[in-house]
Design a binder for this molecule. Structure first.
Ligand SMILES: [Fe+2]
Ligand SMILES: [Fe+2]
Length: 417
């Protein structure tokens, strides 16, 4: 009897976790081959973020090429109408009655398996193979232990619920097995977000698939593409690199601090969008836009006012309507007392992005580390490095907002807040 594993899903895009789970199933279950069977465009998912069937198949082909026991199957793609797994497996079984099928699903799918279309038909035609997600595995040393502890009850319930008497009087008991997956946690939706924001997916997606995504420009965010093209055209290369670094740092800090990473990336990408203007141009733009400024700001117009002009431009030129993004751009040079999470993220990212030089801020690496777990304390350290020095050196020529921000944040250096 031939033994065939079936990996289903949208594969949007395929990634190394799919490959590892497929390989593990092949070894563990002594399979003859594993089919990668992409599903059609799911009706409940946003059409925009799903790559075409042709692209998804091309990516799968590239990803599985090194593995002779993997095969791309268009079995679901070529069917008309809804393609339920129940139909797939009953048709496969009818066509190949001597083949034993193993349907490999993620651990998270087991919880709602009973809500699938005709789960009893699926179970009658294949063995369910459950691959726990790596995030869940982190909690346990052994996948087997994990499976027994957490999914045993669900599996038992499913087995009992769908045990039935056959026509010949024998008892049919569904087969559900668990596999210990390699410790990799990758989700296609995270990958699409990385790709949208230009974050590297090296090590998460096979190199050949990354090349294909680049070639075809898949998973791009059109708004980001336009902003980047504008920034590249307007800024000197070093400034443009700084903007990309800040955007990426904003993304990472947002992830670490539970904030919307795409929103943070947007703010980072636009924070210096008016930085190419000189003092006179900035003042003229402030007058045109009705932006108020004081004597100190007038004297350091480009340095201090590009943030305020940039905040207005973010809305006017790039259609940003989110007040938090606008405010984070507006206060990224001075900070302000009691900043929002995004305001702190942008303020910090501007200072700690990897292109910043340690010469000017000797404790930069320490601050970088602090920013990963405490944004208030990181802000306090940055302000403490800068503001007292400015006050000593430039006296009356220091921006009042920076001083007020320092006064607010310095408590984090001494108090247990
Ligand atoms: Fe700036
Ligand atoms: Fe900047």
């Amino acid at each position: 009897m031939e033994r065939i594993g079936v990996m289903g899903g949208t594969f949007n895009p395929i990634h190394l976790s799919h490959i590892m789970v497929g390989s593990r199933a092949y070894d563990m279950l002594n399979l003859d081959k594993v089919l990668f069977m992409p599903s059609k465009q799911p009706t409940y998912k946003n059409m925009d973020c799903i790559a075409s069937e042709e692209d998804r198949c091309a990516m799968i082909e590239r990803a599985i090429k090194p593995y002779p026991f993997f095969e791309l199957s268009d079995y679901e793609l070529k069917r008309e109408g809804p393609t339920y797994s129940a139909d797939t497996f009953s048709m496969l079984k009818k066509e190949h009655p001597d083949t034993k099928y193993y349907f490999i699903i993620g651990g998270d799918s087991l919880d709602y398996f009973e809500d699938w279309h005709l789960p009893d038909v699926i179970l009658q035609n294949c063995t369910l193979v459950v691959a726990p997600r790596a995030t869940e595995l982190k909690e346990k040393k052994e996948a087997r232990e994990f499976a027994e502890c957490d999914y045993a009850a669900t599996a038992d319930r499913i087995r009992k619920k769908f045990t039935s008497k056959q026509v010949d009087g024998s008892l049919f008991v569904p087969e559900i097995v668990f596999m210990s997956s390699p410790l990799v946690s990758i989700s296609s939706s995270d990958l699409r977000e990385y790709l949208e924001c230009g974050i590297s997916v090296n090590g998460l997606v096979p190199k050949e698939v990354i090349d294909y995504i680049d070639e075809k420009g898949l998973y791009q965010n059109q708004a980001f593409t336009k902003i980047k093209a504008d920034m590249k055209a307007l800024m000197k290369p070093k400034r443009y690199r700084h903007i990309l670094n800040v955007a990426e740092m904003c993304y990472k800090l947002a992830k670490l601090h539970g904030y919307d990473a795409v929103k943070a990336y947007t703010a980072g990408l636009l924070h210096d969008c008016a930085k190419h203007l000189d003092d006179q141009q900035i003042l003229a733009e402030c007058d045109k836009l009705g932006i108020q400024y004081d004597e100190v700001e007038k004297r350091q117009a480009s340095n201090l006012l590009h943030s305020k002009v940039g905040a207005v431009w973010a809305g006017d030129k790039y259609g940003v309507a989110d007040e938090d993004i606008i405010s984070a751009i507006s206060y990224h040079t001075t900070g302000k007392p009691d900043m929002s999470t995004l305001e702190k993220i942008v303020y910090m990212s501007d200072v700690i992005e990897p292109g910043r030089d340690m010469v000017y801020t000797p404790s930069l690496d320490v601050i970088r580390s602090i920013a990963t777990y405490d944004l208030d304390l990181a802000c306090a350290h940055v302000l403490n490095n800068v503001v007292p020095y400015l006050l000593r050196t430039y006296k009356d020529n220091v921006c009042m907002m920076s001083v007020e921000t320092y006064e607010y944040y310095k408590k984090y250096l001494t108090e247990d807040v």
